[in-house]
Design a protein around this ligand. Sequence first.
Ligand code: F6R
Ligand code: MG
Ligand code: MG
Length: 361
Amino acid sequence: MGKITVTVIKADVGGFVGHSSVHEELLATAREQLAKSPLLVDFHVTHVGDDINLIMTHRQGVDSEEIHKLAWDTFVACTEVAKKLKLYGAGQDLLADAFSGNVKGLGPGIAEMEFFERISEPIIVFAADKTEPGAWNLPLYKMFADPFNTIGLIIDPKMHEGFKFEVLDLLENKKIIFNTPEDLYDLLVFIGAPGRYCVKSVYTKAGEIAATSSTQRLNLMAGRYIGKDDPVLIVRCQSGLPAVGEALEPFARPHLVSGWMRGSHSGPLMPVSVADATPSRFDGPPRVIALGFQLADGKLIGPQDFFADKAYDKAREIALTIADYMRSLGPFEPHRLHLEEMEYTTLPLVLEKLKDRFVKA
Ligand code: F6R
Ligand code: MG
Ligand code: MG
């Protein structure tokens, strides 16, 4: 059999209630739409916060117009339901009036990879809400380059050579490949600034795809605020790649990400089950889910809802403690993001209003 493609496309086409979750009718509509397609080998529909995630397998390759159109039409159908129920922000991530060839640049987030399915092919689909694509930088670094996280880098001969990181400059639309461990320090110069530089994909040294993320910055694309570009990530695991537990391990110690309330705050990324992927406090804190699947000739055997595991209770406690502390700072940095990073920036308006009151100091 030829290669299989795993495509994950997500969009927020209406929140229930506010920006917290997705109404069951929308998920049902998405499932109905995908079930009708003869192109898909299999699919799984889920959500994290107010984002619908379409996890699809097929043999059309990456950037397939048919698959992207299927996702677009599915979100359009969900938008109709969202409008009927008067859900919040119905259709907000569908930035174009009509589909035109590829979903990239039209609003939805996308991560996809094509590969020959191995004898056994475990994958994890991560999806996050109330944050941005750079949120994957730290966990990807830990999974694929940090021996304190991934012991396989030391003791598995198949991993010992390291990996290649493809990093995008989201502002200048350029990309660069870093080889690890050789370029470790150079890599960190860039990916330590996740608002601008973001890990798009990770490859083995032999060039095999190991992980890929969504990278769209919706706010920049639209030229105005329409929601944080809540990201997704696909990671292949085992047999020369990080073990499932090595891929999950970075989320045991929640890191600070940009997003949360009004896309303008820093807060901990809390690992949760799908059932708990319903941001509430201050519209957060930001959440991440991890769904594991075994591929069987493209069939998605699963999901295994990894963060439902008790082993992540402690991480949630830590996240909530951090959330409390960050909230105590109120409108002050570093809880509030730097001015340039804020999506709802009132600064120009306030500056205009006060311009005559500013005098030379
Ligand atoms: C953040 C997010 C929410 C909204 C907030 C205000 O990504 O989606 O925190 O920014 O609920 O929403 P509006 O401006 O729609 O009232
Ligand atoms: Mg939203
Ligand atoms: Mg969202």
